[in-house]
Design a protein around this ligand. Structure first.
Ligand SMILES: [Fe+2]
Ligand SMILES: [Fe+2]
Length: 166
């Protein structure tokens, strides 16, 4: 009979999933910044790239707290979301709709992260790991703020521009 898995195992597996995802995101964001047309969107992607580096460090601290080496585990969900974003870049590069497309794929990334960090934070709470809760919550706040900033950029101009050119 297989050994019984615990919530702690699930927590560590999910930590590996998001650790893998964050490193993929850190590689994708500069490409998104290059493809963006508006200076505001470029700046938003660059800012979030910096934040993502800090988030990777926070995850390394959480791995330390649970006494495990920081190691990623292939996350097919984020690979799929990033692949869709690359497709948008290929198909819409240089068009008036590129920024709207980039924002839509960036928001898919943020929503994935918000789901993962929300879960991890709740599990850390259940497992009585207050330090981990604080680290995960700090990242969760950044992901939510990024999501909101992207919505504002979309509403302010990007979607309008895409429409005018259509
Ligand atoms: Fe992130
Ligand atoms: Fe993010």
């Amino acid at each position: 009979m297989a050994t019984e898995k615990t919530l702690n195992d699930l927590f560590i597996d999910t930590l590996k999933d998001i650790y893998f995802a964050e490193r993929q995101i850190a590689r994708a964001l500069p490409k998104m910044a290059r493809a963006a047309q508006s200076e505001e969107l470029k700046a938003a992607f660059q800012k979030h790239k910096e934040e993502t580096e800090g988030q990777i460090e926070r995850l390394q601290q959480v791995f330390e707290l649970v006494g495990k080496p920081a190691r990623g585990k292939t996350c097919e969900a984020i690979q799929g979301i990033i692949a869709e974003g690359e497709e948008i870049i290929e198909e819409y590069k240089g068009t008036a709709a590129i920024d709207a497309g980039l924002i839509s794929s960036a928001q898919a990334v943020e929503h994935y992260e918000i789901a993962r960090y929300g879960t991890l934070k709740a599990w850390a709470q259940k497992l009585g790991m207050q330090e981990a809760v604080d680290l995960l919550d700090a990242t969760l706040q950044e992901e939510s703020a990024t999501d909101e900033a992207l919505t504002q950029l979309a509403e302010a101009s990007v979607n309008d521009k895409g429409q005018k050119a259509a």
